[in-house]
Design a protein around this ligand. Sequence first.
Ligand code: C2E
Ligand code: CA
Ligand code: CA
Length: 411
Amino acid sequence: LYIDLDHFKNINDSLGHSVGDMLLTRVADRFVHESRTGDDVYRLGGDEFVYILRNVGTTEALAMNTAQTVARRLLDAMAEPLQVGEYSLHVTPSIGVTIFPDENMEENDSESVLKHADTAMYKAKSDGRNTFAFYNPEMQVSASKRLILEDYLRKALYNNELHLEYQPIVNVNEEIIAAESLIRWHNPALGNVAPDEFIGIAEESNLMLELSNWILDTACAFARKLKAGIDADTTFRYITINISPKQFKQQDFVHRLIKVLKHYELRPNDIRLEFTENILIDNIDTTILKMEELLAHDIKFILDDFGTGYSSLSYLHKLPIRTIKIDQSFVTGFKYKSYANKAIVDAIIAMANRMDLHCVIEGVETKDDADYFISKDIFAMQGYYYYRPISGDGLIDLLKHDDSRQLVNKL
Ligand code: C2E
Ligand code: CA
Ligand code: CA
């Protein structure tokens, strides 16, 4: 972040340089106070500062979001006047943001990075000052889009714009054994917004916690309704619930979960949690402890998106995992995938079997692919070939319906 104070010269000219100097140190203190641990703030000279963000996230989208959050925080902090001797002074910053290494940019050396941030800062000035701007105009667009989405999403929770759909999961006999709950958002102005577009945004703000609580509650309420609505002798066993890293990290996550289960008179076996490898990034030991705590309460889980995350193999043997779901990017259009892709999938399945792990395949879109996986030693499948995500009532109907009975009893 390249930070320049707006109209600082006026202060020097009207109150003198010694007041200007003191003001600069107050501003520096405030920036340092607002900075995140691990980040660094420097004064370049004059009224210009550089704030270097570290640990901004693993993707460009996350990095943008982090940078934007920090920039907004600095702007907010500067909205409060600063006391310099007898004067209560108000200065606003203009902030230019650049992200590096930027793969689209040839120059990623420090000089170019500073130059880009400086250019972005001038953009913030021309946007009216007391604001921030990204160097890359596309980033600017998506940053404002993110802001809008975040704002809408905050309201979506209270306006009943969210609901869950359920995608059936079948075993190798093609009987429905479970269903994954997936969030859907319909906003009157934005239309349908896909989870991939808003989950990341929610995750970066505290919205995800509220959202997760709603998801957990709604999925469990549905699991209760489903249990009451279908015969106990069907092959159907559980609803799976996607758990976000933030949600998992909540201190009272397990406690909260148990409370919800109790509230809806569910047994731990009526649900399964789906985690991605992202929950491992911070602290693998605490994660393992929490997983063991869940298992001690008989709450089971699935490692989702397997094969795409963070150094999958180095920790796999350490985790108390019983089921993995191979990421759909390895699976959809399997027939046309490269030889290497198939080799990876076969190897994951073989490894899972050697380790006594259940393997779920997601993104199965054709009969050929389904047949291929059925011939392998896998546990379950999910994909458009079998079922798309459907409404809760649709799922109950499906499980009650004669045709599905036939399907259930096919073998
Ligand atoms: P995911 O957990 O990997 O969910 C599976 C995604 O694959 C779903 O997309 C599903 O509709 C899609 N899918 C299923 N079968 C097929 C297929 O045969 N072909 C193709 N092309 N796609 C298939 P969706 O619903 O858009 O969700 C995307 C992601 O958003 C999810 O990926 C998950 O990471 C996140 N998400 C969705 N709902 C929730 C939720 O309730 N909580 C949390 N924390 N994350 C959620
Ligand atoms: Ca999932
Ligand atoms: Ca997945």
